[in-house]
Write a protein that binds this ligand. Structure first.
Ligand code: C2E
Ligand code: CA
Ligand code: CA
Ligand code: CA
Length: 279
């Protein structure tokens, strides 16, 4: 209890502008948060760009701190990546998301898929395939209902190892999505080398559509590339009808963004699925 008070005390400290100290206090609070069960999962709909019917969800982690409120993932994921806690949190998220999808499917009375973020460290962990198998076995979910989101960087750190892991994922029929596509430093050669199924176009290329000519050109090029490679595309961060119209007209099959659904707790997603007029 003494340790608890201490961790919280540091967190309460108003000196939150110095990143190093703040990271340390957040880090201490994170271990506490794991013990207290303060991490939760939100789900954001991934919809058909034409019909807007929900096809799947992306699992997004949240940390609800008793006094700090919602701590955004951009603040805590990098810390968890550094101290290794991401392996624990990631394994939990993957399993919980698979179980949740079964419930979503019951509510919707149709097949859906779940997209889960896999951090570089998780992907590198030699336990990762066991974690994946455990999540699938425990939930009873078929691997083909799972999309694992990784970044270009994750593949490039150790391409030989990545090749092995991706082959194992493919054996389980889990699909691989490249998250934040186009924002990394890699060449396109990896699209040839690795069994990728989905490209998630980063919000950076979507947010100024349709007026920004360069962004439009990039989106069109990605859609073209994907079409010829037989990949599907999810446009991220779609906030306006104009963006949706543009992407839909250009043949982007799937979108995700505040326009068609913000990340939401499971019970809200359940209600959305039950009310889904297209089901
Ligand atoms: P991401 O994987 O690129 O996730 C998409 C982010 O965009 C999410 O932020 C989502 O809430 C946000 N977003 C979705 N639609 C819109 C929109 O229309 N407008 C705007 N402005 N934003 C939108 P979030 O939930 O804060 O997550 C941030 C990042 O944290 C994620 O980026 C991902 O890299 C990481 N993250 C979140 N959950 C997990 C997790 O469970 N595991 C791992 N390894 N990383 C996670
Ligand atoms: Ca993602
Ligand atoms: Ca993304
Ligand atoms: Ca992102």
């Amino acid at each position: 209890a003494k340790e608890t008070g201490k961790a919280r005390c540091v967190v309460y400290s108003p000196a939150q502008n110095g990143p190093p100290e703040h990271d340390i206090s957040l880090e201490a609070a994170m271990f506490q948060a794991v013990r207290e069960g303060e991490f939760l999962l939100y789900y954001q709909p991934i919809v058909d760009a034409g019909t807007r019917q929900i096809q799947g969800f992306e699992t997004l982690m949240r940390w609800k701190h008793p006094t700090l409120g919602m701590v955004p993932p951009v603040r805590f994921i990098p810390i968890a990546e550094t101290n290794g806690l991401i392996n624990l949190l990631g394994a939990w998220a993957l399993k919980a998301a698979c179980v949740q999808l079964r419930q979503f499917e019951e509510a919707a009375r149709r097949k859906l898929y779940m997209s889960v973020n896999i951090s570089p460290r998780q992907f590198r962990s030699d336990k990762f395939l066991d974690v994946l198998d455990d999540a699938l076995a425990y939930s009873g979910l078929g691997g083909e209902q799972l999309v694992l989101e990784i970044t270009e960087g994750t593949l490039m750190v150790d391409p030989v190892h990545a090749e092995t892991v991706l082959a194992r994922m493919a054996e389980r029929r889990a699909r691989i999505a490249i998250d934040d596509f186009g924002t990394g430093y890699s060449s396109l050669a990896y699209l040839k080398r690795f069994p990728i199924s989905v490209l998630k176009v980063d919000r950076a290329f979507v947010k100024d559509l349709p007026h920004a000519a360069k962004d439009a050109a990039i989106c069109n090029a990605v859609l073209d590339l994907a079409k010829h490679l037989g990949l599907s595309v999810v446009a991220e961060g779609v906030e306006t009808e104009e963006q949706l119209d543009y992407l839909n007209q250009r043949g982007c099959a799937f979108i995700q963004g505040y326009l068609t659904g913000k990340p939401m707790p499971a019970h809200v997603a359940m209600a959305a699925l039950t009310e889904d007029k297209y089901t």
